[in-house]
Write a protein that binds this ligand. Structure first.
Ligand SMILES: C[S@@+](CC[C@H](N)C(=O)[O-])C[C@H]1O[C@@H](n2cnc3c(N)ncnc32)[C@H](O)[C@@H]1O
Length: 219
């Protein structure tokens, strides 16, 4: 297993991706994006998208939600802002350049935090998950969608083989689900409530965590 990706490598990679991202990656990630946004709409309310990219997901939300998006890449966020012209997505309230490791939001600010194809790309995934858990309200959810490591067989071997090259492109095929589950176990304040393959091809996995409600002690 390679070390986790460095922030600078990702910034550099996504500055290069920004002009062509929608054409090349848009269709590839479509099913995963839609599945994650549908899960987030099920929660509703204030939604934070970490690694929002060029804002391809804006079409998947509606006026029952209020979207805040953050991304470490200035060129990606610039593209996302470009989508907001002519008032097309009135429910997108705020887009900021921000590192998901250090969210500048108060505790319990959002009903749901969504990470579409980002958690495998960050320098310290456990820290990012803990930040997501901090800013989500008790009873709120963290929704992630990603390609996760196949772990066994030919697919796993190919993913290991591609890992080093994929890194330079800003991709990471060898990130295991076990790491997400281990984080939840250690964190203690969140529980895994769903893990499923996204139809029709099952290439992507959708994972949902719920932040524990605060227990009220009777007087
Ligand atoms: C594969 S793209 C996914 C973009 C978008 N979520 C989508 O599904 O189209 C990954 C995004 O994560 C962003 N990213 C990587 N590391 C980040 C970090 N530490 N904090 C915030 N965003 C980050 C990249 O700049 C890029 O826009």
């Amino acid at each position: 297993m390679l070390r986790d990706p460095e922030k600078q490598v990702m910034e550099k990679a996504y500055a290069r991706w920004a002009p062509v991202y929608d054409v090349l990656c848009g269709p590839v990630f479509l099913n995963g994006r839609r599945a994650a946004a549908a899960a987030a709409r099920g929660v509703g309310g204030r939604i934070l998208e970490i690694g929002v990219g060029t804002g391809l997901s804006f079409d998947d939300y509606d006026a029952t939600t209020e979207i805040t998006g953050i991304d470490i890449s200035e060129p990606m966020i610039a593209k996302a802002r470009g989508r907001l012209t002519r008032g097309r997505y009135p429910y997108v309230k705020d887009l900021r350049v921000m590192d998901a490791h250090d969210l500048s939001f108060a505790d319990a600010s959002f009903d749901c935090v969504v990470g579409q194809f980002v958690i495998t790309l960050v320098e310290d995934p456990e820290r990012v998950l803990s930040e997501c858990a901090r800013v989500v309200k008790p009873g709120g959810q963290i929704v992630l969608v990603n390609h996760l490591y196949s772990e066994r067989g030919l697919a796993a071997a190919v993913e290991r083989l591609l890992a080093e090259r994929a890194r330079k492109l800003g991709l990471r095929p060898e990130f295991p689900f076990a790491r997400l589950a281990a984080w939840a176990e250690r964190h203690g304040g969140t529980e895994l409530i769903e893990r499923r393959k996204v139809k029709p091809f099952g290439v992507y996995t959708l994972v949902r965590f719920r932040r524990a409600e605060i227990k009220r002690v009777a007087a």
